[in-house]
Design a protein around this ligand. Structure first.
Ligand code: GP9
Length: 427
């Protein structure tokens, strides 16, 4: 645990903000309903396919006065896909560069959201209609200190209500309502959807829009599958309203990771009407949607500051009015003015409010044009040094990823006494 003081110093000086955001405590005491939306990328939001809207419900949410929509929000997962997105959200640590941390370090000591908010009287549960050991979830959820995991055994699953990976999202949400009704309040629940999963199979009766027409069946079928997920989430909002659960809850919807890999770039460039998908475009395609819906709030807006999955834990804690100064994490409260201004991807690439660094190149974030290096005089010799404007952030990105890896590989939170988080009055 010798590294902990150095890591704590770094996060205190570079990550954790002293200032509370204006939304600190805005959802105090409310239930939190988090939807990990399988494979939903941001490029579908507000777009059409064959002249038909892909996500009519999410598009309405963008305009909704109770909703904050983040349109410059990045997924930061590695090989652990959905499980990595969960890891990022619960811990505000980075997943690993190789393998899935849920498998490789499922027995570590963590200081995750469910544990922290239990101290404030929150009950926590995950609802996901798949085998409980997939991604070693049953083991990892114990380490994250979830109170309960409603896995496939908690659902009625038959041939009619399943497709592809299992229970369809519509019956999944419908069957979950009874668990929410019976649950201790306030609760923090995570719903992990399944239908919009590669290879994006749907039954005919569930296809509300026609597939796209390109050389990639994966991309073609993605659109009707995303529409199905959009409809399922709309139905879920309606179930919550009918069950009397809506008013006392905040609902967060987050795309977990990309659905369409670079293998489908020819079809993707045709759909996006681009000559080719450049490395810069590839990074843009790692955007996933994030919606934070606070019923009755009335001050929602579209937020375009760069943001990522690492930011969810501090954001949720802040919305609930929970201070966490002793904590160690690498994200920022999305509503704080005082933020790092960059998002690190697991491969070391990053996106800042000014630059994108990928494949060894530094790009202007607005134009997508590569930025030339600058020649500067070296202080010691008469040599010229080559520097890129991306260099400074790149150093921090490398440091953060290494610190996060150290925490996981060394199981360093065993040596930290985080104490009790403080519930603070909003001022
Ligand atoms: C499986 C589901 C999908 O339970 O979460 O996981 P993925 O393959 O997307 O990582």
């Amino acid at each position: 645990g010798n590294e902990i003081p150095e890591i704590k110093k770094y996060v205190d000086e570079n990550v954790i903000s002293e200032e509370k955001s204006d939304l600190f405590g805005a959802a105090e005491g409310k239930n939190v309903i988090f939807i990990n939306a399988e494979s939903i990328q941001n490029f579908v939001i507000g777009r059409d396919v064959n002249g038909q809207e892909i996500t009519p419900f999410l598009n309405k949410l963008v305009e909704d006065e109770d909703t904050y929509y983040f349109d410059n929000f990045f997924e930061q997962t590695g090989q652990g896909n959905t499980s990595d997105s969960e890891f990022l959200v619960e811990n505000s640590l980075y997943p690993l560069s190789r393998g899935a941390v849920f498998f490789t370090h499922g027995g570590n000591e963590y200081h995750a959201l469910p544990e922290i908010i239990r101290e404030e009287g929150y009950y926590s549960a995950v609802l996901h209609a798949n085998n409980k050991s997939f991604w070693n979830r049953d083991g990892m959820y114990q380490s994250l200190e979830y109170d309960h995991f409603y896995s496939e055994d908690a659902y009625e699953i038959n041939e009619e209500n399943s497709v592809g990976w299992g229970l369809k999202d519509k019956p999944f949400f419908e069957q979950s309502i009874k668990y929410l009704q019976a649950m201790e309040k306030p609760f923090y629940t995570k719903f992990i959807t399944l239908t919009n999963h590669f290879p994006f199979e749907l039954d005919e009766e569930d296809k509300s829009i026609e597939p796209y027409n390109s050389n990639s069946n994966t991309l073609n079928n993605y659109f009707p599958a995303v529409r199905y997920a959009d409809e399922a989430m709309e139905e879920f909002f309606n179930h919550l309203k009918q069950a009397g659960l809506y008013e006392d809850s905040i609902i967060i919807i987050m795309g977990d990771h990309i659905g369409i890999s670079a293998n489908h770039n020819r079809a993707m460039s045709m759909y996006l009407d681009k000559e080719e998908i450049t490395p810069f475009d590839q990074v843009q395609l790692q955007k996933v949607p994030l919606f934070i819906h606070i019923p009755g709030h009335g001050e929602g807006e579209v937020i375009s500051e760069v943001a990522g999955q690492i930011d969810l834990k501090p954001t949720i804690l802040s919305l609930l009015g929970i201070e966490h100064k002793s904590d160690i994490y690498f994200g920022n409260d999305l509503f704080s003015e005082d933020r790092k201004g960059y998002i690190a991807l697991r491969n070391g690439d990053f996106i800042s409010n000014d630059y994108v660094s990928t494949a060894g190149m530094c790009y202007d974030v607005n134009t997508g044009e590569p930025i030339e290096s600058e020649e500067t005089e070296s202080a010691e010799e008469n040599d010229a040094e080559t520097t890129f404007p991306c260099d400074e952030i790149e150093e921090k990105v490398d440091l953060e990823l290494n610190y996060s890896d150290d925490i996981i590989y060394g199981d360093l939170f065993r040596f930290v006494d985080f104490g009790k988080e403080e519930k603070v009055e909003n001022d």
